[in-house]
Design a binder for this molecule. Structure first.
Ligand SMILES: Nc1nc2c(ncn2[C@@H]2O[C@H](COP(=O)(O)OP(=O)(O)O)[C@@H](O)[C@H]2O)c(=O)[nH]1
Ligand SMILES: [Mg+2]
Length: 439
């Protein structure tokens, strides 16, 4: 934390503008050597137009000085906005390093922000999620974290645990005083409420992980029913090869689309049939494996042939996660009952199909609420905290107060790992290694 660090904060490559960040005690002094207008008396948080000047290179640039602690990292920070040439940006960083700065590690700016108390760890994870978002829901989840959704939730639980711990400690430390001590029953009551709050939160995990990873939709059925055509139609571009030759698709092919803000991962598969073709058979094995792991399977039927795949028919009896979709209704009206009839060719009912897939896979209420758990680390820690609270609850009638204090403390600490308050260095380093350079 004593080093002054620097890095290019914008993506690698040529662009209009590149931003170089410098953070640490010597930020102003070091940056002042390449941008003369950055002097001790420079006004913080104000863009300064001036000359970038180093190693015989002169360029127009903007500089902004953020005086500690009012900066992203909580330290003195200078941001240099220069022309966005890859070579120029790298040269400037090398110059800053030669002047005494050190190249920042991945996520080091954010790590410093957390260690300096500018934000907690769950908020920093929100920033990674915002940067990596591929759908509106992922963006929503990331901004919720950054806004403090998890931090506040955890903080409230910890406050309630602290409250009972205080009362337990009074009872333990001053047993001879004539005051009203906390009873096992009171502890059980409070802990039960905490368990309910955590369970409520954990009930959003499935939706949260769908938001994070996307919903996996597998297109399956006999050869030539139009699986690949439907894939292309749902994606809105020609991803998979379509021909009238049975067995065209062999490998699994994937592509994603967004619907109602949620990401859906489509997996097109080889048509299910008996064949001697070695390659096609390998594809059919892959198709079967994908079917096992799908969130939902579209069993596609050709309206003209009107035959459903025998494999999928068997599966349909055992699972609710299968939709029977008749395709090619531009040629013929569907004859058998099905969940929906569509035409990949004309696009008829394709929007309805997207809506149907959404309705069958996403819990609308939790999704609309927006308050879901998306981060597996948070989920694990919350479950561990829940276990410790459950143990406290189960032991309330039999255990001594000091035993209860131990499991209460465990729960408190597990919650503290989510915010980083109780996280060890290893966990902190692992988290920030997921950041990009310059963040
Ligand atoms: N008329 C009509 N033809 C279709 C439709 N969907 C697919 N096809 C045709 O059916 C044949 C097989 O399509 P393909 O997508 O390769 O089927 P797959 O083997 O299930 O992937 C191709 O000749 C497509 O042009 C549709 O909705 N209507
Ligand atoms: Mg195909």
């Amino acid at each position: 934390m004593e080093d002054t660090i620097c890095a290019v904060a914008t993506p690698v490559g040529n662009g209009g503008v590149a931003i170089i960040r410098v953070s640490g005690e010597r930020a102003l002094e070091i940056a002042g050597k390449v941008f003369a207008k950055l002097q001790d008396k420079v006004e913080p948080r104000r863009a300064i137009f001036g000359k970038l000047n180093f190693d015989n290179v002169v360029d127009d640039a903007l500089a902004i000085y953020f005086k500690a602690p009012k900066s992203f990292t909580g330290e003195d920070v200078v941001e240099l906005q220069i022309h966005g040439g890859y070579y120029l940006a790298q040269s400037l960083v090398n110059k800053l390093i030669s002047l005494g700065a050190r190249l920042a590690e991945r996520g080091e700016f954010s790590k410093r922000a957390v260690l300096n108390g500018q934000m907690d760890m769950s908020q920093a994870e929100g920033i990674i999620d915002i940067i990596n978002a591929n759908s509106q829901a992922q963006l929503r989840a990331g901004s919720g974290l950054l806004a403090g959704a998890m931090k506040n939730f955890v903080g409230e639980l910890q406050d309630e645990i602290t409250q009972i711990m205080c009362e337990v400690n009074v009872a333990l430390d001053y047993p001879e005083h004539d005051i009203e001590y906390i009873t096992a029953q009171k502890i059980a009551e409070v802990v039960k409420q905490l368990l309910e709050k955590i369970d409520g939160k954990l009930s959003t995990v499935q939706t949260g992980l769908q938001v994070k990873n996307g919903v996996n939709v597998v297109l399956a059925g006999n050869p030539n029913v139009g699986k690949s055509s439907l894939m292309n139609s749902l994606l809105g571009y020609d991803r998979a090869i379509v021909t009238d030759i049975a067995g065209t698709t062999r490998d699994t092919i994937s592509g994603s689309y967004e619907f109602n803000g949620m990401l859906f991962n489509l997996i097109d598969t080889a048509g299910l049939r008996d064949t001697q073709d070695v390659v096609e058979n390998a594809g059919i094995e892959r198709a079967k494996a994908e079917i096992q792991h799908a969130d939902i399977i579209l069993s596609i039927v050709d309206a003209e042939k009107n035959e459903e795949s025998e494999d999928l028919k068997k599966l349909e009896k055992n699972t609710a996660k299968i939709l029977k979709i008749v395709n090619k209704i531009d040629k013929k009206e569907p004859k058998t009952p099905c969940d929906l009839a569509v035409s990949a060719k004309t696009g008829e009912n394709i929007d309805k199909l997207k809506q149907l897939i959404f309705n069958k896979t996403v819990n609308d209420k939790i999704y609309a609420d927006g308050d879901f758990l998306t981060n597996t680390r948070h989920i694990q820690d919350l479950k561990s905290a829940r276990d410790a609270l459950q143990e406290t609850f189960d032991n309330c009638q039999t255990a001594t107060l000091d035993c209860l204090a131990v499991t209460l403390m465990q729960a408190w600490n597990k919650l503290g790992e989510i915010t980083g308050e109780c996280a060890n260095e290893k966990i902190i380093n692992e988290i920030f290694a997921k950041f990009c350079l310059g963040k």
